[in-house]
Design a protein around this ligand. Sequence first.
Ligand code: ATP
Ligand code: MG
Length: 240
Amino acid sequence: MLECSDLTLAYGKHVALDGVSLRVDAGEMVAILGANGAGKSSLLGAIGGRVRPRAGQVRLDGADLLDMPDHARVGRGIALVPEGRGIFPGLSVADNLALGANPAHARAGADARRAEVLALFPRLAERQAQLAGTMSGGEQQMVAIGRALMSAPRLLLLDEPSLGLAPIVVQEVFAALARIRRTGLTILIVEQNARATLALADRAYLLEAGRITGSGPAETLRTDPAVVRAFLGGAAVAGE
Ligand SMILES: Nc1ncnc2c1ncn2[C@@H]1O[C@H](COP(=O)(O)OP(=O)(O)OP(=O)(O)O)[C@@H](O)[C@H]1O
Ligand SMILES: [Mg+2]
């Protein structure tokens, strides 16, 4: 479904992505693991159209995304939940969700999708009139994910959805991601919470200093000694 080839991206002289190639098949959940500054957000931003790579290609179902204007990209069904969420703090939860359904292709089924989103996040159903900016960090993340789902995406890009959340809230967010995944939606997720992410994803890529240094089934990576050392903080636990 999604194919990135040889993506190179630089901010001035700083090369953030250096020949990154990856693919995500329809219905897959794929994770990108990497340390701070590895280029994870840059990669999602390049796919989501926030930053323009210097070279390389991003294709969705064979069509080149880099030559498409933003609205066309959204029309193709790509939704990015950016790092830091990017919700509208001064608008209510209901209005934030409604704005998600703005793309032309998303308007028709908006009511049904709102019902799905509120079923997925019951807490949002209770708080529809609350200003999004007054919600807790975890609740704001739910608003951000809910808004992205309102755009009827075919590919959901998630940039560190668990960042800065308390462990109990992290669990809640991952439980919601598991439910979203079961709907068959294709997901590309960036996370520092490698353990929980590898438990959920089909495959993962390792990104170090702008380069892909490894990839494989999540199941295999979970017990790979180098991955355990770099991302899972310590010794591999058999059968975990
Ligand atoms: N707008 C920018 N201008 C200059 N340098 C940038 C810009 N955005 C990112 N960078 C640099 O590019 C590199 C990759 O940044 P990026 O945000 O993609 O990393 P990341 O893997 O998402 O990190 P984190 O885990 O901290 O979110 C970093 O060294 C960062 O300082
Ligand atoms: Mg980042």
